[in-house]
Design a protein around this ligand. Structure first.
Ligand SMILES: Nc1ncnc2c1ncn2[C@@H]1O[C@H](COP(=O)(O)OP(=O)(O)OP(=O)(O)O)[C@@H](O)[C@H]1O
Length: 603
């Protein structure tokens, strides 16, 4: 409930005046509806069903009548009907206005929530993503956000129904306090009884959250690994997993349907009993006059469905509470994990780009992916990456090369030791400036499902046509892009042209270069290229020598022959460091052994 109230307070902060106006409108609409009902009495009098004195002692009706009689000499049927139309017509128009206002308010609120969550995720630290499952974000952004939306909508509807009920009860009290108290007591007893259904619904809601999380994670993983599934004939295994999960989801929804319909049945049956008992008590015991009885029965026959709706909505609302809790937890986590704490300028990447003069230095840096794990991914690393030179990082798989690269890019921060850029610790301002100047090409490069032009211009929106082609020429991709049906405007991705791994690497390299980076980071960036293209790119990289700092991870040692410095890693530590030739000549060293293994393999 605390979590629900948190979001309602947020709704109030987001909508302020509109929320107050909305509730005021609901009040007016409920009052008009009550007045409409009151007019039934003079109407009954008009057609001779009631004596004039019958309503003389009813404050509201007699008051309205006195007022009307001041204006009109005689109360005609036509006049009462015109009033009736005016009141209920006005109420219908106000209802439309209120519903529009409420939709606008809720949609505005959900847009803000969506934006906040999306932005919070984008600006979260990289380490947060290392710990989380991507499908959980998908789940939060679509499913849970939808449930929060639905929950807030339900809450607002309950407020509307609650206010309406209160006003109608107030009017009924005016007419007959005793009868109203009788009905209210019965309603309260039912509400107490209904609590068990609300608790049951809450349990169902918690299960729904868990199941939908599995559902999203499963779907995402299975379709990402569809090639694996097909080539290993794993379809039956996954089908049975899916069937199990679908059945659990089905059972869960049926359980909720069962709880909801059971409580509805009890409410409906009790309402029939209540009305029977109510009529009996009023006629036989309280000797209530017919006109009062008619009016109260009319009011309660409109009220009781609202009671039932409130109970049903409460059950639905509590099934959404786990989504409120999850959403609030994510919001808190994102607040703590926010990386961009700088001002507007830094967030928009408008600060001056870093021009590295000395380079990057690691001093006694250690890093663990899990703080409680005994295994260090990086152990006491002390290295210097000189500016405007090419440094290569080599080592066996799992040695810690990519982790070191992430550290140099400021994506992860050291557990102990420090990273300095031009002698300044890589934090805040310095970190943002460095990131602005990084061109990064990963092993499995990612391109958006957009045109090549769009993908390139993402990092350099002002780049001219010539600059785009120049970058493509650099990455040896000019020829194949020209041969595509729409050239630069060819859309790449699932439903467009599928590029090979090597072609994707080359486009991403072009994009990295287009940014005119201070630090070019290549993580196995040419691993998918054929020898000819790799040679072309090596020559192109050679031409950058002296103009930018380049850090390369390479398994194929032939590709780093021109590196100014080679760093050899093993089990998270730097075990050798020096020029390519120098390390190659050290026969006892790990690097020359790695070289021998590779040349042996290629023989
Ligand atoms: N997200 C992660 N969570 C936990 N451990 C991780 C994570 N990423 C890497 N590791 C561990 O850290 C160690 C170093 O991994 P890293 O990816 O840096 O090695 P690498 O030298 O780049 O390997 P490769 O050449 O295979 O890419 C490995 O033992 C790996 O299991």
């Amino acid at each position: 409930m605390k979590d629900l109230m948190y979001f309602i307070a947020k709704l109030y902060r987001a909508s302020g005046f509109r929320l107050v106006l909305n509730i005021t409108l609901v009040l007016v609409i409920s009052l008009l509806e009550g007045l409409g009902l009151y007019l039934i009495i003079p109407l009954l009098g008009m057609i001779g069903l009631l004596e004039q004195q019958a309503w003389n002692d009813w404050p509201l009706v007699s008051g309205v009548q006195t007022l009307l009689e001041g204006w009109f000499t005689e109360l005609s049927l036509l006049l009462v009907l015109v009033l009736y139309v005016l009141i209920l017509g006005g109420q219908a128009m106000l209802t439309r206005l209120q519903s529009l206002l409420s939709t606008r308010m809720l949609q505005g609120f959900i847009r803000r929530m969506r934006m906040e969550t999306y932005e919070g995720l984008l600006y979260a630290r990289w380490e947060f993503f290392l710990r989380s499952r991507k499908s959980d974000f998908h789940h939060m952004m679509s499913n849970e956000l939808g449930r929060v939306n639905q929950g807030v909508f339900l809450f607002m509807s309950m407020i509307t129904a609650g206010l309406f009920t209160l006003i109608q009860i107030g009017l009924a009290f005016w007419i007959s306090p005793l009868l109203t108290a009788f009905v209210l007591l019965s309603g309260a007893a039912l509400a107490l009884f209904g609590r068990r259904y609300i608790r049951g619904s809450k349990r169902v809601g918690e299960q729904t959250t868990e199941l939908s999380k599995y559902y999203f994670a499963g779907i995402q993983e299975h379709f990402s690994g569809i090639k694996d599934i097909k080539s290993n004939r794993l379809e039956p295994f996954h089908t049975s997993w899916f069937a199990r999960l679908s059945r659990q989801m089905e059972t869960n929804f049926i359980t909720f349907g069962d709880i909801n319909s059971k409580s509805q049945l009890i409410y409906r049956l009790s309402s029939v009993l209540l009305i029977a008992g109510f009529i009996y008590v009023s006629i036989e015991m309280l000797h209530t006059p017919a006109e009062k009885l008619i009016l109260i029965v009319l009011i309660f026959s409109r009220l009781w469905p609202r009671f039932i709706a409130i109970q049903s909505q409460s059950e639905q609302l509590v099934t959404n509470i786990p989504a409120f809790t999850a959403m609030r937890r994510l919001e808190q986590e994102l607040r703590q994990e926010r990386e961009w704490t700088g001002g507007e300028e830094e967030n928009k990447g408008k600060q001056e780009k870093l021009h590295m003069t000395q380079g990057i230095q690691c001093r006694g840096v250690s890093y663990r992916y899990k703080p409680d794990s005994p295994v260090y991914a990086l152990r006491d690393i002390t290295i210097q990456i000189p500016a405007r030179q090419m440094t290569a990082i080599v080592g066996r798989s799992g040695a810690g090369k990519s982790t070191l690269m992430d550290l140099l890019m400021g994506l992860i921060s050291p557990e102990s030791g420090e990273v300095l850029v031009d002698g300044i610790p890589l934090k805040e301002q310095q970190l943002y400036r460095l990131r602005d100047g990084i061109g990064y090409v990963p092993q499995d490069p990612f391109l958006f499902h957009e045109s090549i032009r769009h993908n390139l211009k993402l990092v350099a929106p002002d780049a001219s046509e010539e600059e785009l082609w120049e970058a493509l020429r650099f990455s040896a991709s000019e020829e194949f892009v020209r041969s595509l049906p729409l050239g630069l405007d060819t859309v790449i991705g699932d439903r467009g042209i599928r590029l090979s791994g090597g072609e994707r690497q080359r486009i991403v390299l072009a994009r990295a270069i287009l940014k005119r980076p201070t630090l070019l980071v290549l993580d196995e960036a040419t691993s998918a290229l054929d020898t000819e293209n790799e040679r072309l790119i090596q020559t192109a990289l050679e031409s950058l020598r002296g103009s930018m700092t380049i850090v390369v991870i390479a398994h194929r040692l032939s590709t780093i022959r021109n590196a100014d410095q080679v760093i050899v890693m093993e089990q998270g530590a730097v075990i050798q460091q020096g020029g390519y030739r120098q390390l190659a000549q050290d026969r006892q060293g790990r690097f020359s052994r790695l070289l021998q293994e590779q040349t042996g393999m290629t023989k």
